[in-house]
Design a protein around this ligand. Sequence first.
Ligand code: FEO
Ligand code: CA
Ligand code: CA
Ligand code: CA
Length: 828
Amino acid sequence: MTELTAHGFAYSDGDVDTNTSSNPSLNAMIEQRYSRRAALRSGAMAASAAVFGGAVLAGCDSAASGSDPFPNIISVGSSGTTKAGRVVTLTANVTDNGAVTSTWVQTQGPTVTLINPSSTTPSFIAPAVAGATTLRFEYRATDTAGQVTIENVDVTINAAELGFTSIAKNRNDVVTVPTGYSVSVLTRLGDPIASGVSAYKNDGTDTDFANRIGDHGDALYWYGLSAAGARDDNSSVRGLLVQNHENLNVQYLHPAGPTTPGGVRPEAEAIKEIEAHGVSVTEVVEGANRAWTYVQNSAFNRRITPSTPMVFNGPVRSAALLRTPYSTDGTAGRGTINNCANGHTMWGTNITCEENWAGYFRRSGDDAQRTARELVALRRYGVTSSSGNYGWSTVTPADSGNTLFRRWDARATVGGSATTDWRNEPNQFGWVVEIDPYDKTKAPRKRTALGRMGHEGAWFGNATPGRKLAVYLGDDSRGEYFYKFVSNATWTASDAQASDRLATGDKYLDAGTLYVARFNADGTGNWLPLVFGQVPNRPAAGADPEYVFADQADILTHARLAADAVGATRMDRPEWTATNPVTGEIYLTLTNNNATLRQITGTDAANPRHYSDPKGASNQFGNPNGHILRLRENGDDPASLTFAWDIYLFGADSVDANSDVNISGLTATNDFSSPDGLWFSRPSNPGGLVKPLLWIQTDDGAFTDRTNNQMLVAMPGVTGDGANVTITNRGNGGTTGTQTTRRGALATDATLKRFLVGPIGCEITGVDTTPDGRTLFVGIQHPGEDGTAAAPDSSWPATQATGAAPAGTRPRSAVVVITKNDGGVVGL
Ligand code: FEO
Ligand code: CA
Ligand code: CA
Ligand code: CA
């Protein structure tokens, strides 16, 4: 509660007449009391429900005391109604001849914290409630004669709703957000994050990316800092933003794009490209007027790149599969790459996930030096490139002993071995990596118990003391699987604040069981353990012979083969997972699939659609728009071997799609395609309580004739809130088939709205808020990805302020900050 010390203050919010003259008539005073001239303002709208009489008048009459014949005139405003997450401002008017002291006291309802308690207009964020709930505030003023006057105001809070008008799809070169919200740019590709590093020129000549924000910012997460610079999970004004840097818009990193003189990549270009990958840790702070900036010289700032020393933990540590010339005992490695989605732990660490790492290696041409088993595994993981994505292994370094380029050549050499060539270097990638964002001296740890795949993200289910922890893992490639890791250790809540965070990670993430999902047509599912001795041989497939697993390290390193062997369900590209903080249900984006891999005869209940979403004159067959699946563990037990599932939402082009395709009933205000990023609001604010907000980000190429990529906000129900439906699929050439599936409740304007549209050529990926929910961070990845150095097709974020930028301005991936102009919880 706040205490206002005022000296004859006479505040007016402008819509009333404040009479500060002396000797008011008694009638005038009473009239003023009834006028309730101060306002209770709620969100963007003035509360209109003025409740006169009763409580307020009684307060004045009953509490007035002393001998002053002209007691203070207090007006604390109309009682009113609002919704959870919105700003409520209490306004007190006190008119008197002399000094007064005054106090606000909450006397009823869930306790709230007043913001700016020393101001004359304290405010608070309406708390999360399941239904109408009344909060009462008493305002008490004492004048110089000791005269005390009291008034009360009641504020009724209703359950949260999406509190904005859905924005239109567009193809503008800016980030668009709803009316009532503001966007600012926080960190951009190339921004210097160490002292003495020059400002980014953005003309292709910049160097030193190990001290700059990397390219292709992807998943991000806020780690709070106290004023003293310690971990503070409640801080919403100072923190560390940990962001993945997945890949490159390589055309903009060099003056005229990448070069390959004589078939060899120049060392300086390769260094830039390598260092622009990885992870960044950047201190960010909120300043005056809610302006957010990053701190260039912060001692916390850190870059983790594909060259940063790493440690291997878990069952595969020391395995022969991990031995390289750099680590002949298979315990260490260098770097992380293609870091896509993320995770965070209850103990304050960050998780980054290695997704499309395979293509960075040159490998083809060494089949004669590989065993049949190795070749099965290399093909299954796509380690087949004849050059590597950027040709880094072609560099002839000035320091001939430098193996940081040679390591990207994974060809087994004639007469060589795992410790003389880099044949095992691909085995060092495809893992989940844990980072302590608060301690840059600690090497990241690769958690091999969570398996090796094209890891999209690693998101924990809700932690319950005494129960095991579950981590949900998408493997993002067409037809890949959905996995779950279950810890051996049961959760001890005090571990959340353990001083050695990575040691806590050792406890929960180095020992456990990896499972893969099988989805049954009846809406049930099974978690199939990938445990040596329980996994059968992987049958021969195509040119590949049967694969016989050697041990648990083999199974974890080749989790895809083990999942094949146990009969997991092939999915339409598993991307992010998100955990509903209230229900514990797990949501999974299945971004899309194409007709080449998943033909009309290959649908199933969990991957049910096969159709064309026309794009201009072109057909796009398969499941071009994707869907979002959800599941609930039986007994809400993280270690359950069975679950229930349905399909929460189907992406669709609401214009082109018929009812067999637009199964969720999308409209122009909420249609979308290719869901990827997925995140529930934090339960530390009303956005993540009672009926939490789900943020859906798109990485789409099928719907870009209608709109740039976008982010929506949803208020989902629960698994099983829809119905079984049977759809007719239509394939190329007129083939048809039927498929029964389980759809969730239809989308409505109250449950799904478009919140953000990004600039040209971008993907929206990476989302978090401060714990109070009032500041939203969103990653805008690869704007202008289809342009060239000579002709960029986006100039964002330079365009953000005015919609335009000087011709030729190169685009940059960046993080934007979005705030609600009235200071409320974003989205509500
Ligand atoms: Fe990097 Fe699956 O998105
Ligand atoms: Ca279309
Ligand atoms: Ca992604
Ligand atoms: Ca993606």
